[in-house]
Design a protein. Structure first.
Length: 308
């Protein structure tokens, strides 16, 4: 284990707190608790998950950056780090954190009702493009949420105006899926795992996933690139971070332990079972990804008219 002097010789020598900015019971919470269990096996210390909710993620992320940079309070940061500040919800950005490792990435899928009259993504996009503005509605999250921005960015990638489809805010994918199945909206943009139960029930179908390749858990769903030649990829990431000012050797210890935890059966089996995407980036690569995604999402927020 990496050590530097007596202060770090036994790190970690007490339990670690992992702050989750989202409520217990959701996908982010489940991911956090699973990686925490796997991390405990690597570090030999308890990793206690604490949910700090509120403000569309602002409360929890703020708690992470305000923690002591001693390696004993970490956080499971989410893609909202790249969206909240553009919308004027907070001043915090990715630069306020010490990146340690990315452990997840979920690509958005495009879902329609099972009885939709549109048989393909190409056919749907053509009608969306030619019908009057506002003829179609979409949902999947709140206004300015990642699935809203991902969907809008995809429209623009297809040379369709950002406001061509009306976005109906929802509390998440589950209520949006119910609205989709009942005919209340036309399209849902959300991760495919979040659509799985309604797909299994035969009430919705997924046209495509915005990913570099087909998802291993959903091999029958083609990529947008296969269908319409689009390389556009904007999705939801999750990763472990700490506050600014952490000792580089503590970061290195955590990075190494997290890589082993990520590769463990505990984590991989859970993510496969849930259909969540597994994507690893070390501390340096994670920091670079956050910087790149911040610019991409900032442009989309401005195009959508949500910049503040």
């Amino acid at each position: 284990m990496v050590a530097s002097g007596s202060a770090l010789a036994d790190y970690p020598e007490r339990p670690i707190t992992l702050i989750v900015p989202w409520a217990a019971g959701g996908g982010t919470d489940a991911t956090a608790r699973t990686i925490a269990r796997a991390l405990e096996e690597e570090l030999g210390q308890n990793v206690n998950v604490v949910n700090r909710t509120g403000g569309s993620g602002v409360v929890g992320h703020t708690a992470i950056l305000n923690a002591a940079p001693d390696g004993y309070t970490l956080g499971l940061a989410t893609v909202e780090v790249n969206t909240m500040h553009w919308q004027g919800l907070t001043e915090l950005t990715y630069e306020d954190f010490t990146p340690i490792a990315q452990i997840n990435y979920d690509s958005p899928g495009l879902q329609v009702a099972a009885d939709s009259s549109y048989e393909s993504l190409d056919a749907l996009l053509e009608v969306v493009r030619t019908e009057p503005k506002g003829s179609f509605t979409a949902s999947g999250t709140g206004q300015g949420g990642i699935w809203h921005l991902a969907f809008t960015g995809f429209l623009m990638d297809q040379d369709i105006p950002a406001d061509q489809v009306i976005w109906i805010p929802s509390e998440g994918s589950a209520p949006a899926m119910m609205e989709l199945a009942s005919g209340g909206i036309d399209i849902v943009s959300t991760s495919v795992p979040e659509a799985r139960s309604m797909m299994d029930a035969g009430r919705v179908k997924s046209f495509a996933v915005m990913a570099a390749e087909r998802l291993s858990a959903f091999p029958d769903i083609p990529t947008a690139n296969e269908l319409v030649g689009s390389d556009y990829q904007v999705g939801a990431w999750r990763g472990i971070v700490g506050p600014q000012g952490m000792d580089p050797e503590v970061v290195a210890t955590l990075e190494s332990a997290l890589e082993a935890a990520y590769q463990s059966d505990t984590y991989q089996d859970f993510m496969t079972q849930r259909g969540f995407g597994t994507e690893w980036r070390n501390a340096e690569e994670f920091g670079q990804m956050m910087e790149e995604m911040d610019g991409i999402l900032g442009e989309i927020v401005e195009q959508v008219g949500l910049a503040n």
